[in-house]
Design a protein around this ligand. Structure first.
Ligand code: SF4
Ligand code: FES
Length: 209
């Protein structure tokens, strides 16, 4: 009984796309939307990982006490009387621009291509800087937060930032894991792993007689 009352007091009603949605205090807009089967695209979100807010493709329009703003749904907490629009002219425009920017880095990503079609993004809008990694951090965070291995990490800063496997850890830990591979929205992770493997093997000392 006490438990039931506690759940009720922490229940928050919000509105998403004109539909009333029950959410619990502490939930993000993305979690509330998903609980009501309302789709919001994500690229850097994973339910087992801490919110990261890197890609911004989950941008939605929120209105609270008469003020509207664009926020990242995977980070923004629900609050009483919140009104959310998951699609609007502003939302679609920002998602289109984000996709055009990301496609310059990873033009062959099927996930980006599908979203580009949905939002009418032009893959040639920005000059190609095909790094193939969109720095979503899913691989790095999954390995650190879920697997607790840190076999892959970010190196460098700014425009030179990239992910890299730590060959000494990767050759031991990744061979039987590879759980992060399917999380990568591009093909970069597998390529980086092959590179790490070849580096590790090329530095292996030759067998002694
Ligand atoms: S390699 Fe893939 S999963 Fe890792 S940060 Fe880059 S795009 Fe994300
Ligand atoms: S999914 Fe929200 S910022 Fe990437």
């Amino acid at each position: 009984m006490i438990m039931e009352e506690q759940i009720k007091t922490s229940e928050i009603i919000i509105q998403i796309n004109g539909k009333e949605v029950k959410a619990a205090e502490g939930m993000t807009v993305l979690e509330a939307a998903r609980s009501a089967d309302i789709f919001i695209p994500t690229l850097c979100h994973h339910e087992k990982l801490e919110p990261y807010g890197a890609c911004r493709i989950c941008t939605v329009e929120v209105e609270v006490r008469g003020w509207t703003s664009l926020v990242a749904a995977c980070l923004y907490p629900v609050e009483k009387d919140l009104v959310v629009k998951t699609r609007s002219e502003k939302v679609d425009k920002i998602r289109k621009m984000i996709l055009e920017f990301l496609l310059a880095h990873a033009p062959n990503s099927p996930q980006l291509q599908d979203l580009a079609q949905e939002y009418g993004a032009d893959k040639d809008r920005f000059e190609k800087e095909a790094s193939f990694c969109i720095l979503c951090g899913l691989c790095v965070r999954y390995c650190a937060e879920v697997k607790k291995k840190n076999a892959v990490g970010f190196v460098e800063c700014g425009a030179r930032r990239e992910i890299r496997f730590i060959p000494e850890i990767a050759t031991k830990e990744c061979v039987n894991c590879k759980e992060c591979f399917e999380l990568c929205p591009t093909s970069y992770l597998q390529a980086a792993f092959v590179l790490a493997e070849s580096l590790a093997f090329s530095t292996d000392s030759p067998p002694t007689e």
